[in-house]
Design a protein around this ligand. Structure first.
Ligand SMILES: [Cu+2]
Length: 127
């Protein structure tokens, strides 16, 4: 095998690998996303701070809405999954937060980092 042939083979292989990487990433981006509405009022999510159950690896689109009628600001944090509380929603404001659940089952707290006791539990299960 000549040096030139080896170079061409290596380049072809590199291109094939790059194409595969791009298509995998695309597939990941196209994974279904489940939408979960979380309405915040009375210092609670959906009135009862419910336990929310998801599948491992599931992509979830949380639609947050602050339903307070006075100037109370809220946010959503899932500290263990790296979802920070770096914003605050005022009354009537909404925001979408997309969270990819971990690949391993587990139990994680979600909360509003501004108000102690405002939060619940995310359960991630593989069945
Ligand atoms: Cu709050």
């Amino acid at each position: 095998m000549t040096h030139r042939t080896r170079t061409i083979l290596a380049l072809t292989l590199a291109l094939a690998m790059a194409a595969t990487a791009v298509s995998c990433r695309k597939g990941r981006r196209l994974r279904p996303v489940r939408t979960v509405a979380l309405r915040m009022s009375g210092y609670a999510f959906n009135e009862t701070n419910p336990i929310l159950t998801f599948r491992t690896g599931e992509r979830v689109r949380f639609v947050l809405t602050n339903d307070e009628t006075t100037m109370i600001r809220h946010n959503l944090r899932v500290a263990e999954l790296g979802v920070p509380c770096d914003y605050e929603l005022g009354p009537g404001e909404s925001r979408v937060v997309i969270v990819t659940m971990p690949d391993r089952p587990g139990v994680f707290a979600y909360d509003c980092c501004t108000h102690r006791g405002m939060g619940g539990t995310l359960v991630v299960t593989d069945r």
